[in-house]
Write a protein that binds this ligand. Structure first.
Ligand code: CTP
Ligand code: ZN
Length: 151
């Protein structure tokens, strides 16, 4: 950063969860996957912030909320580079990396137009794998492999 460039920061939080290093284009999908639009907790969002590792990063700070590991795992579907910081009394007390869940139930749609899940009220179910750094989902019903498509 050149001297004199103003540093714009999203304010620190006292207690809660900071999701950092999210690709900016994935911010809205992460908000959806954690259902943060319907959350009562204060949520602050930064997009296109400077990052050492990503070209532009996004950040989501959720005050007074701590997520279960399986909720955080969903983020790996759209933002595998994300890191999770647990904040207590203004300090980062824990840094977690997120783990891709082995199965994905109900939050993804099968891309196969012939798949039974696109014709009947059936909860979708996929087994995950990583191929060429991309998350792939194998449909439990039609056995087609697709990329993540939100419901
Ligand atoms: N953070 C926050 N509120 C606090 C403390 C930290 O919102 N009270 C945020 C910081 O803005 C940062 C993230 O939590 O985005 C992680 O904080 P820290 O570990 O101090 O930052 P870095 O060293 O830059 O983290 P990393 O090495 O993971 O990039
Ligand atoms: Zn299918």
């Amino acid at each position: 950063m050149t001297e004199g460039t103003p540093i714009l920061k999203v304010s620190a939080i006292k207690d809660g969860t900071v999701l950092d290093h999210i690709p900016s284009q994935s911010i809205f999908r992460v908000l959806d996957l954690l259902d943060l639009q319907n959350s009562e907790n204060p949520v602050t969002i930064g997009i296109n912030l400077e990052s050492k590792t990503l070209r532009h990063k996004g950040i989501i700070k959720i005050a007074d909320r701590f997520f279960a590991d399986d909720e955080l795992g969903r983020i790996a579907l759209v933002a595998p580079t994300a890191t999770v910081n647990i904040i207590k009394d203004y300090k980062v007390v824990e840094k977690k990396s997120i783990t891709l869940p082995k199965t994905v139930v109900g939050i993804a749609r099968c891309a196969n137009p012939m798949c039974v899940t696109n014709h009947q009220k059936i909860t979708t179910k996929f087994t995950t794998s990583i191929e060429e750094k991309k998350v792939k989902l194998l449909c439990h019903y039609c056995e087609k492999t697709t990329e993540f498509i939100p419901l």
